[in-house]
Design a protein. Structure first.
Length: 321
């Protein structure tokens, strides 16, 4: 009589259980995937299709023009100016924001005096400081834009008023009306908006690091800078990488701040014009929705390339603790 369980029968049973498990998972995820494909994925394909037309955005009539919109982009100096400003924000904004976020978070977590039986401790009132830093995240972008626009006002704004009271009248200027300083003012506000978010994010990541690691570093004679660069930063690198990508996307999507704060939504001239604002102008001011969609497709590609590059450059072995 043949054995009841043969190796072939065991393999078949194991294969069946595996297929049955994945069949259940596929049926369970089918509806969410379909909804996601309809409402998230399909608009990307629709946008690419409309970028190949001369659609005005105000009627259902349009003609297929092929790659004419993309050829036009190559010769559009305003588009290149807006892309150059967006790329500048993409590089500088994450560098400044994450750098300051890491500095403040480390100071809050490890900048205090040593407490009894603790190798490293945060400053007194760290929770209050985190709430203060995080406060801009509670405000809407519209409120932030209006408030900072008023602060930069050359006549009634508090920035120039403080400079006058300090006897520094030569530093006063029309901040948002000066092409040399307008983009820097926008960059400052953009960084100010998100520093608090990264302070809280990095503080949470640093708080999860076991104290024993810091104790070992201090026993080896490591200073605070050495502790940060050789211990803290490597252990929270995954969080920093994620934050860098997120902040880069926020810098590329600087539409609201520029639209609210600046003169003529990107002025003076084109000194603060960024790609999302230029897209908006072409779509709603000029009635060139097809051309604006082509700009949006390029912006999408820039965002995806940026995310891919950051993921490749920041690849490293994961440190377990």
């Amino acid at each position: 009589m043949p054995p009841r369980f043969t190796p072939e029968k065991v393999r078949n049973d194991r294969r069946y259980r595996t297929l049955d498990k994945y069949r259940f998972v596929c049926w369970f995820l089918l509806l969410p995937i379909v909804i996601y494909a309809i409402f998230v994925v399909s608009p990307f394909f629709q946008a690419f299709y409309y970028s190949l037309t001369d659609w005005t955005g105000f009627s259902s009539d349009f003609a297929f023009v092929g790659a004419d919109n993309y050829v036009r982009l190559l010769e559009d100096s305003s588009f290149w100016a807006s892309l150059r400003h967006s790329l500048l924000l993409l590089v500088v904004a994450p560098l400044v924001t994450l750098g300051l976020g890491l500095f403040f978070a480390f100071m809050l977590q490890a900048g205090g005096r040593h407490k009894k039986n603790e190798a490293i401790s945060g400053v007194r009132g760290a929770k209050l400081y985190k709430n203060v830093y995080f406060f801009p995240q509670v405000l809407s972008v519209a409120i932030i834009g209006v408030v900072w626009g008023a602060m930069y006002d050359p006549i009634t704004g508090p920035i120039n008023e403080v400079l006058r009271l300090a006897g520094l009248d030569f530093l006063t200027r029309s901040w948002l009306a000066d092409p040399k300083f307008a983009l820097s003012c926008v960059l400052f506000v953009l960084c100010w908006m998100f520093i608090g978010f990264y302070v809280v994010l990095f503080s949470a990541a640093m708080g999860a690091i076991p104290k024993d690691i810091y104790e070992a570093a201090l026993l080896d004679g490591a200073s605070r800078p050495a502790t940060f660069f050789r211990v803290t930063l490597p252990l929270i690198w995954d969080t920093v990488q994620t934050g860098w990508i997120y902040m880069g996307i926020q810098a590329l999507d600087s539409f609201a701040i520029v639209h609210i704060m600046t003169i003529n939504r990107g002025g003076p001239g084109e000194s603060t014009l960024v790609t999302p604002v230029y897209l908006y102008k072409k779509a709603f001011d000029s009635g060139q929705a097809g051309y604006a969609t082509a700009i949006g497709v390029v912006l999408l590609l820039v965002t995806m390339v940026f995310a891919a590059i950051m993921m490749l450059l920041n690849r490293r072995d994961r440190i377990e603790y």
